[in-house]
Design a protein around this ligand. Structure first.
Ligand SMILES: NC(=O)c1ccc[n+]([C@@H]2O[C@H](COP(=O)([O-])OP(=O)(O)OC[C@H]3O[C@@H](n4cnc5c(N)ncnc54)[C@H](OP(=O)(O)O)[C@@H]3O)[C@@H](O)[C@H]2O)c1
Length: 373
């Protein structure tokens, strides 16, 4: 008991606990931007696939069945990912649920099916912090598309899986687990699934689920140790708040850099990239925190009128997924198809390129390791 009281005391009086308090200011700032946007009326209402799915058509091998557009959602077994899966299944997508627990995956599949008999679903067990697991997923997905005689493409990838860790736990590759799950994993998965997105006969899209907390992240320069989180995890005290902000800023810099790269190389502007910020939603994201801290956070945000249900939080993700195909490089926040500006640092071209190059080097190393095993 004394040990728990001491731990609680140390937690509440730690620098990182109070840093998290600042996140509410970033959230309020984002909502203020929404009010500003309302004045200028920048609302996008159109939908990429309309309210129901459009069968893929065009020059597809007739032996391959025309089908519903396919949407891959990571972290689909809880909170925002699960709420997004419900909506996109309802909109007529064939939803690929990606999660780390096979039990939770089958429960989620059953839950969606029980509410929507028409839902087309498939699940894959993938650990987004393990590159071995991500590589395997790519092969399994391609195999499944082929076995099911579906067109070898996907239409939407939602990188939603994420954690808020409070201690450093290295992955098998020696990376920091939170940075690996929230950034390096989604980077690798996107790069590996890009050929399937490019192969789509209708415009396709990557949606990266980031966070308002990115506004506090500060970055000097990127190198392999910082991007893999090795540097962070070897610090005396694990800077959990800073590491979370950092992972979300990386995901955002990556989103904009991928958007730029695709605009430069893809003449047809076929694959678009959008960041989605759900605001603050009552999910299991703070599961590692002491329960009294989570309760305090929920109460604080509720008092401010900023606490949302997972369904409300998922609105910005759904908006990003269904936005018109010409929209790319945007930051969706607040639902109702609204966008705001992310931080100035997140738009830094040089940082974006540096992160891109470092991340590509890491991916090459990981692929090399994978092939040699
Ligand atoms: N909730 C918020 O207020 C908020 C605000 C801003 C941004 N976000 C972001 O929104 C995303 C979704 O979070 P949430 O709030 O819905 O939290 P959540 O309820 O904890 O859901 C997180 C999901 O990610 C999955 N996941 C975690 N680690 C994984 C791994 N290594 N491999 C595969 N899947 C993994 C979890 O799987 P299990 O079910 O097996 O645990 C779960 O399905 C995260 O990226 C988070 O950073 C959330």
């Amino acid at each position: 008991m004394m040990k728990e009281v001491k731990e609680a005391f140390l937690f509440v009086f730690s620098y990182h606990f109070w840093r998290m308090g600042l996140w509410s200011i970033a959230l309020v700032y984002s909502y203020l931007q929404l009010h500003k946007a309302r004045i200028f009326g920048s609302i996008y209402k159109a939908r990429l696939f309309g309210s129901k799915y459009t069968p893929i058509s065009g020059s597809i091998d007739p032996k391959i069945r025309s089908s519903r557009p396919i949407c891959v959602i990571t972290g689909a077994t809880s909170g925002l990912g699960k709420a997004t899966a419900f909506v996109l299944a309802e909109k007529g997508f064939h939803v690929i649920l990606v999660g780390r627990s096979s039990q939770l995956l089958s429960e989620t599949l059953e839950e969606i099916k029980s509410k929507n008999k028409d839902a087309q679903l498939k699940s894959f067990q993938v650990d987004m912090s393990s590159f071995e697991s991500i590589f395997k997923f790519k092969s399994s997905l391609e195999q499944w598309l082929s076995d099911a005689e579906l067109h070898p493409s996907i239409q939407i990838l939602v990188n939603n899986a994420g954690i808020m860790a409070i201690s450093s736990r290295p992955t098998t590759e020696g990376y920091d687990r939170m940075i690996a799950t929230n950034y390096v994993g989604p980077f690798c998965l996107t790069k590996l699934l890009l050929p399937l997105l490019k192969n789509s006969s209708v415009p396709s899209r990557v949606v990266n689920v980031t966070s308002f907390t990115h506004r506090y992240a500060s970055i000097g320069k990127f190198d392999k140790d910082s991007v893999s989180g090795v540097h962070t995890s070897t610090l005396n005290k694990y800077p959990y708040a800073r590491a979370y902000e950092y992972s979300k800023l990386c995901l955002l810099l990556f989103s904009y850099e991928l958007h730029r790269q695709l605009r430069l190389t893809d003449d047809s502007h076929h694959v678009s990239v959008i960041a989605a910020d759900p605001g603050f939603a009552k999910t299991k994201i703070m599961r590692e925190y002491p329960t009294y801290i989570t309760a305090m956070a929920f109460l604080g945000f509720k008092t401010l009128g900023l606490l949302q249900t997972p369904e409300e939080g998922a609105e910005s993700i759904v908006d990003a997924a269904l936005a018109p195909p010409e929209i790319s490089g945007a930051y969706y926040f607040g639902g109702k198809g609204r966008t705001i500006e992310s931080s100035k640092v997140s738009r830094d071209l040089k940082l974006g390129q540096q992160l891109w190059e470092t991340s590509c080097d890491l991916l090459n190393e990981l692929q090399h390791l994978h092939h040699n095993n």
